[in-house]
Design a protein around this ligand. Structure first.
Ligand code: GLA
Length: 408
């Protein structure tokens, strides 16, 4: 049984629970096509946090077009937490003063050929303490549809206290298995409830579950309507956080596929806390994982390196490959592969140790399911490597990656 208690901000939860049944709803396939490949775009949280406002989002939309990111596939412009204002007498949610006219903002984003995303929570409050959707699910879904929302991130936060799973005053209090099962069922019901509300709007809306991997969400996320689900607690802009999250995704590959993706959280590229090699590691690993690619930096101030990482079209093509297969770790220490359309494979060789001298690493073709000869291309050097026979030896920079495409 996967422990469900007191996990917030304390642990990465990668464990299995018994199969779960959902008597209270029938999954509709209506929105199965909204994310045939992992969603790509931008989200305000990692850089702007609680300060984000209308002007920042417009600037992000402008920059995503001007930089070429839209044409590279980054389509969603998503506002995270802190847009929420008060409810009126009829219970309708309004944005706060940072967002004077949400419909006009959505129209602006749409006018650029982009899609518009928003954030809410199943509990009474969001993580930032703003108004959540508890008890107003259908009303909020209708409001989002009226505004022109195309993507909803739904963040557990205060719903945890409704599940009564942890007592802030007594975090050490043991919780019985029966209580855990009840809490899990409540959480699934809450996510399903918003999904049903979104369906009723008849507007296709990508549904992003954010509950940090609790209760092995990858086993049931698609059954409550999720197109993607966060698998861990929040990413931070440092190598330790990013690599712990990224490399811990091994084993989750069987739960992802077109329309339903594991989400190891957003990109940090361009935020300044990692080296270019480390940011290339995140981009490569996320692509191998078929993870959503949501940039989290200030798009209006990107240097050439940041652009070259976020807009490496050869790496993006790995992430967006139509087969939608999440890659896996196949050889020590960190050699990962992702099967691609037409029998090709993406191979990433990571040097995840940051404090040793980089030494040559040898990739043996048989470890990645090939017997030579194979064609090889280096996806960061943008260079054909010719034909490989048995192996390929390369020195991978510390904290960095060499990423190849191999094909017969
Ligand atoms: C949680 C989520 C983050 C972000 C913040 C906003 O921590 O995991 O991704 O949405 O809430 O308050």
């Amino acid at each position: 049984m996967c422990p469900l208690v007191s996990l917030r901000r304390t642990a990465i939860v990668l464990c299995a629970v018994a199969p779960i049944f959902f008597p209270w709803f029938a999954v509709s396939a209506q929105f199965a096509n909204v994310s045939p490949t992992p969603p790509m775009g931008w989200n305000s949280w990692n850089h702007f946090g609680e300060k984000v406002n209308d002007a920042d989002v417009r600037a992000a939309a402008d920059a995503i077009v001007a930089s070429g990111m839209r044409d590279a596939g980054y389509i969603y412009v998503n506002i995270d937490d802190t847009w929420e204002g008060k409810r009126d007498a009829q219970g309708n949610i309004h944005a706060n003063s940072k967002f004077p006219d949400m419909k006009a903002l959505a129209d602006y984003v749409h006018s650029k050929g982009l899609k518009f995303g928003i954030y809410s929570a199943p509990g009474p409050k969001t993580c930032g303490g703003y108004e959540g959707s508890y008890g107003h699910e259908q009303q909020d879904a209708n409001t989002y549809a009226k505004w022109g929302v195309d993507y909803l991130k739904y963040d557990l936060c205060s719903y945890e206290s409704i599940m009564d799973m942890w007592d802030l005053n007594h975090p050490e209090k043991p919780v019985s298995v029966m209580e855990q099962d009840k809490a899990l069922a409540m959480m699934q019901h809450a996510y399903s409830k918003m999904y049903q509300a979104l369906l009723k709007t008849n507007r296709p809306i990508v549904y992003s579950l954010c509950q940090y991997g609790l209760g092995s969400v990858w086993q049931w996320g698609s059954q409550v309507g999720g197109n993607l689900w966060r698998t861990t607690d929040d990413i931070r802009d440092n190598y330790r956080s990013m690599s712990l999250i990224g490399f811990s995704q091994s084993g989750l590959e069987k739960f992802a596929g077109p329309g339903h993706w594991n989400d190891p959280d957003m990109l940090e590229t361009g935020n300044g806390g990692m080296t270019p090699d480390q940011y290339r590691t995140q981009m490569s690993l996320w692509a191998i994982l078929a993870a959503p690619l949501l940039a989290g930096n200030d798009l209006s101030k990107m240097d050439a390196t940041t652009k070259s990482i976020l807009m490496n079209k050869e790496v993006i093509a790995v992430d967006q490959d139509k087969l939608g297969i999440q890659g896996s770790r196949v050889a020590a220490p960190q050699i990962w592969i992702k099967p691609l359309t037409g029998g090709a494979k993406a191979v990433a060789i990571f040097n995840y140790v940051t404090d040793d001298e980089a030494e040559p690493t040898t990739l043996r073709l048989k470890d990645v399911g090939f017997s030579g000869p194979v064609h090889a291309r280096d996806l960061w050097a943008h260079k054909d490597l010719g034909i490989l026979h048995d192996s390929y030896t390369v020195t991978v920079p510390q904290g960095g990656v060499v990423m190849l495409r191999l094909w017969k």
